[in-house]
Design a protein around this ligand. Structure first.
Ligand code: HEM
Ligand code: HEM
Length: 191
């Protein structure tokens, strides 16, 4: 909690709260909401942002551009990662600040993909791994409910381009067109 709120200037660790909000409830569309995320997922992401020697980090922005998190994650010790991940996983969602669905017209399409996937393109149901209500699953399966829809759509595009390297999500995002990605990102945010 201390690190989340204040960072540690003596070690060059920035305060997370500035960008991710009180208890992880960010109000900025491209800054993910981190409250009540599975701690294993948060810890994995913090490792994935760290550049690997000469190689890029597992997780970058579009066209391999370093994520802002790639300057922050390397300043954290494994103990910091564990502490901050546990702190965030225990924070409550503030639903007044959470993301919501805004595109009425694509709601049905989003719901279908969420619950049943797209059979003829072999897209599995998102609910299988992110849970029916979007709360995520213990382990490395993130909560998507209440996330900012703009952020979710951006991540789906990063999986598809491989800038965020993840075999499962790359395969899934690759089988969907832009309209499907937008529909399901918006629907998931509103769960
Ligand atoms: C993403 C944690 C500080 C901006 C993330 C993610 C985590 C995280 C776990 C991935 C979330 C997900 O996959 O859903 C932290 C912690 C911090 C910190 C523990 C403090 C030690 C900051 C600061 C900023 C920031 C200070 C702004 C200057 C962002 C942005 C993303 C992000 C923009 C999305 C990045 C992308 O997709 O490439 N952060 N963060 N974070 N964080 Fe932080
Ligand atoms: C991550 C969406 C289906 C496993 C994510 C993220 C999004 C997403 C937006 C990133 C979240 C964040 O950055 O906070 C979806 C959608 C799906 C779907 C829309 C359905 C079309 C699945 C399925 C599985 C799965 C079926 C399991 C077989 C994962 C895992 C991660 C993830 C393991 C974390 C990846 C990492 O560590 O970087 N998903 N997902 N997802 N999803 Fe999915």
């Amino acid at each position: 909690e201390q690190l989340y709120l204040n960072g540690d200037m003596s070690r060059g660790v920035l305060a997370c709260v500035t960008c991710h909000g009180d208890g992880g409830n960010s109000t900025i569309p491209m800054n993910p909401n981190l409250a009540a995320m599975p701690h294993e997922y948060i810890a994995k992401q913090l490792r994935d942002f760290v550049p690997q020697g000469d190689k890029r980090a597992v997780r970058t922005g579009a066209d391999g551009a370093p994520s802002i998190m790639s300057t922050i994650a390397p300043t954290l010790t494994p103990q910091d990662v564990q502490n901050v991940a546990l702190y965030l996983s225990h924070q409550k969602m503030d639903w007044d600040k959470a993301g919501t669905a805004t595109h009425e017209a694509t709601m049905e399409r989003g719901q279908t993909i969420w619950r049943a996937g797209i059979a003829d393109r072999k897209v599995p149901a998102c609910a299988a791994c992110h849970s029916a209500n979007g709360a995520g699953l213990p382990g490395e399966f993130p909560r998507l409910a209440g996330q900012h829809p703009e952020y979710l759509l951006e991540q789906l595009k990063l999986f598809r381009s491989g800038d965020r390297a993840n075999d499962i999500m790359r395969d899934i995002a690759d089988r969907m067109n832009d309209q499907d990605l937008a529909a399901v990102a918006d629907y998931a945010a509103g769960l």
